[in-house]
Design a protein around this ligand. Structure first.
Ligand SMILES: [Zn+2]
Length: 465
């Protein structure tokens, strides 16, 4: 049976995979500084006999490890960065390890373990069954901040792939057809002339006026963009004293849309607005690009295979203690928040999801740098039941479950889902072709170029004794 060897191997690797996940959870690190996580992944991969490419694509924590040869080439994408302010012990009440510190409130601590488990398992099954094809594991840094996958892609990553798979812990076991918005962040810097605001206002040219006029115009723009566009801004420099005409002011924008061409149109119009604001105020504008990510295009062919595999794999069962722990966490979540995440609709009496939800078709207004990969090859971003069912992404309740048994069971399920999905593509080449045909259709009129920041600076790897 397809997957039998893989599932057995994942069970044998369980202790090491859990140790790795726990280590990453105990050492929550900021994007592009995931040195402990990157070293721990390398150690486990090397122990399992893989050669690991470190500093992949020039990113100090990115990794690549490969098994097999020839097509199809299947990518397994893991992440390992944490979030600020979500430090949390593995207890079912709010108790940070470090007050205000970092924590795994999105569960990325589980993603590399799940994928390394799948990689090790797939090697066994491919060897035993003489399956042709290549499995590539990537550890992808900085998903939460600058979009590490785009930076990796600019170095040529993911071009080798026929299919990309990205399992992420979530509320439900659920595959996805959804689109997620892309996001692009830029700082508009205005330069004017300072003057005494009371004695010589005629000599001044206010950079703050330019920022305010830009923001007013951007708010008018909202009425004339498609419904899926989101525009957010904050003024990051508005001068320093009311009696001095500000000669410098800056505003940071993030804009999003479900289609890359819409995003590019919004960008052009915001740039025109900024030029108009500069012209009106006699100032000059410069734009600094902070980078961003593409909208996620979930490939329906891949999503269907993921869904079928989720329904086939043996799932870890929640113990009475797991359910009780989740129940206490669910109690800490406000009712209106639970309602907003379809708590009651999906599973009224469940603290942790059991089973497989129908494939998600609702679009999502958050963003993921998997969007970049999904514009390079057919991709799927699918979730595994892990969170207390009322909890949302980026919450301390998620950090409270991802370093203990609930998270580890979800990670093992994720390894199985990913391994079986990869095996389906390795053994059914017509599925790969169908996924590629759909990908080609979805890319009509679009092209992929990374949205790299103007200044990409990576911290050096720390020296250890
Ligand atoms: Zn995440």
């Amino acid at each position: 049976m397809l997957g039998d060897i893989s599932f057995k191997r994942i069970d044998e690797e369980k202790d090491d995979l859990i140790r790795l996940a726990r280590k990453i959870w105990e050492n929550p690190e900021q994007g592009n500084r995931e040195f402990i996580a990157s070293d721990a992944c390398t150690e486990l991969l090397e122990k399992a006999g893989f050669e690991v490419e470190r500093d992949y694509g020039g990113l100090p924590t990115a990794l690549r490890a490969v098994y097999g040869s020839g097509h199809p080439v299947i990518g397994l994408l893991g992440e390992f960065d944490a979030l600020p302010g979500l430090s949390q012990k593995d207890v079912c009440y709010r108790d940070p390890v470090v007050e205000g510190g970092w924590g795994h409130g999105c569960g990325h601590c589980l993603m590399c373990s799940a994928n390394i488990g799948a990689l090790i398992a797939l090697r066994d099954e491919m060897e035993a069954k003489k399956l042709k094809g290549t499995i590539v594991f990537y550890a992808c840094p900085a998903e939460e901040t600058v979009g590490g996958k785009g930076a990796m892609a600019s170095g040529g990553a993911f071009k080798e792939l026929d299919i990309a798979l990205c399992w992420h812990p979530g509320k439900f076991n659920r595959s996805s057809y959804s689109l997620l918005t892309g996001a692009n962040s830029q700082i508009f810097k205005f330069y004017g002339k300072s003057a005494h605001a009371a004695c010589d206002p005629q000599l001044g040219r206010s950079a703050l006026d330019a920022v305010e006029l830009m923001d007013v115009a951007a708010n008018y723009l909202r009425e004339h963009v498609p419904q899926d566009v989101r525009i957010h801004y904050c003024i990051i420099n508005g001068g320093s004293a009311p009696n001095v005409v500000p000669d410098y002011a800056a505003v940071k924008y993030t804009f999003r849309a479900l289609d890359i061409n819409t995003m590019m149109d919004v960008e052009k119009r915001l740039h025109d607005i900024a030029k108009g604001a500069a012209l009106m105020t006699g100032t000059r504008v410069e734009v600094e690009r902070l980078g961003g990510c593409y909208p996620v295009l979930n490939n329906h062919v891949v999503a269907d295979v993921v869904d079928e595999c989720m329904r086939t794999i043996p799932m870890e069962e929640w113990s009475t203690e797991n359910i009780e722990y989740a129940r206490k966490l669910n109690e800490t979540i406000p009712e209106e928040w639970k309602a907003s995440v379809a708590f009651s609709k999906s599973a009224p009496d469940t603290q942790l999801h059991v089973g497989v939800m129908p494939i998600d078709e609702d679009n999502d207004y958050g963003s993921s740098d998997l969007g970049d990969v999904s514009h390079i090859c057919p991709s799927c971003f699918y979730k595994g039941a892990c969170f207390p069912i009322g909890a949302n992404f980026h919450s301390w309740q998620v950090a409270a479950v991802t370093g203990m048994e609930i998270g580890f069971k979800s990670m093992i399920n994720g390894a199985r889902m990913t391994a079986l999905t990869a095996l389906r593509f390795l053994t059914e080449p017509e599925l790969v072709e169908k996924a590629k045909e759909e990908f080609a259709r979805s890319m009509t009129g679009k092209k992929y170029e990374t949205m790299l920041p103007d200044k990409a600076e990576y911290p050096p790897r720390p020296v250890r004794e």
